[in-house]
Design a protein around this ligand. Structure first.
Ligand SMILES: NC(=O)c1ccc[n+]([C@@H]2O[C@H](COP(=O)([O-])OP(=O)(O)OC[C@H]3O[C@@H](n4cnc5c(N)ncnc54)[C@H](O)[C@@H]3O)[C@@H](O)[C@H]2O)c1
Length: 272
């Protein structure tokens, strides 16, 4: 991308706060030469994140317990060197094997998640264990293995996909919200510990987003998805692309000064 130094409308554009670079007037958005891991990359939001990172030039590793799904996503990416690798975040040996196979990683998007929706008083602690393992312990273990490489390289991006259900509370999701809330403290603390190495760490919280996860929750509860949609100020469910756009931006050099933040993509359901 080249900087446009002049041209008949350059002054107008500078006065409007536009720097004169590219269609959006923004530079520093490319990810050429970066290696990105997207966990849960076979899923609704994860596949959109993988697509956006690849379109910005990153070499994307699509990581998922569903290897067939991950392979399909990787095959559809614009990046010729995209790769699918098996990763079960509930299994420490799987995480270790994945990290060894992935090699150098510059961008780590913790997107995989599981949700079991049930009233807290009748919830099964076995379900809590699964959500703790996949939603919080797995990201901690994987970060412990991949962050040292970013610190040594002097550049890195950690993005944790949490949930507005954790920010604001969500009926039937106490254990899920507890595990997803853990990501807030984790991301902020890593932001402080890694800042000197130019590694940023942020959290993105989707609101209700039209993916297989939401459809599974709605399947046993007629009318729930419609009710949720009516509660959204922007009057629609989020799309995976809505969430992916922010995640991808946070991975760029343009977002180099944003760290330790928690940002919602929820159509205005929660406002902070
Ligand atoms: N859809 C929503 O409304 C919504 C709202 C808030 C937060 N989120 C969060 O967004 C993220 C993506 O969710 P989604 O809606 O795309 O769901 P999804 O079910 O479409 O995708 C989740 C992906 O995670 C993978 N996964 C599950 N267990 C795994 C494990 N043990 N190891 C590795 N991968 C595993 C699945 O195979 C799947 O590909 C999740 O963390 C979810 O909690 C979603």
């Amino acid at each position: 991308m080249t900087v446009e130094k002049g041209g008949p409308d350059a002054t107008d554009r500078m006065e409007a706060g536009v720097t004169g670079m590219g269609g959006l007037g923004l530079g520093g958005l490319g990810l050429g030469g970066r290696v990105a891991v997207v966990t849960g990359g076979a899923g609704g939001i994860g596949s959109a994140i993988a697509a956006d990172l690849a379109s910005l030039g990153a070499r994307v590793i699509v990581a998922d317990v569903d290897l067939t799904g991950a392979e399909k996503v990787a095959a559809g990416l614009v990046s010729e060197s995209a790769l699918a690798l098996a990763l079960d975040l509930a299994s420490p040996p799987s995480i270790e094997g994945f990290a060894a196979a992935a090699g150098r990683v510059d961008i780590l998007v913790h997107n995989a998640g599981v949700s079991i929706v049930e009233p807290f008083v009748s919830s099964d602690p076995a379900g809590w264990d699964l959500m703790w393992q996949v939603n919080l312990r797995g990201p901690m273990l994987l970060t412990k293995l991949l962050l040292p490489g970013m610190l040594a390289a002097g550049w890195g991006r950690l993005v944790f996909v949490s949930s507005d259900g954790a920010r604001a509370g969500s009926g039937g999701e106490a254990a899920y919200a507890a595990t997803k809330s853990g990501l807030f403290g984790l991301a902020k603390t890593l932001a402080r510990e890694a800042a000197r190495a130019n590694v940023t760490s942020n959290v993105v919280c989707p609101g209700p987003t039209d993916t297989p996860m939401l459809r599974r929750v709605g399947a046993d509860r007629p009318g729930l998805v419609e009710k949720i949609t009516r509660g959204v100020p922007l009057r629609r469910l989020g799309t995976p692309a809505d969430v992916a756009g922010l995640v991808a931006y946070l991975c760029t050099d343009r977002a180099a000064y944003i760290t330790g933040q928690t940002l919602s993509v929820s159509g205005g359901v929660t406002m902070h």
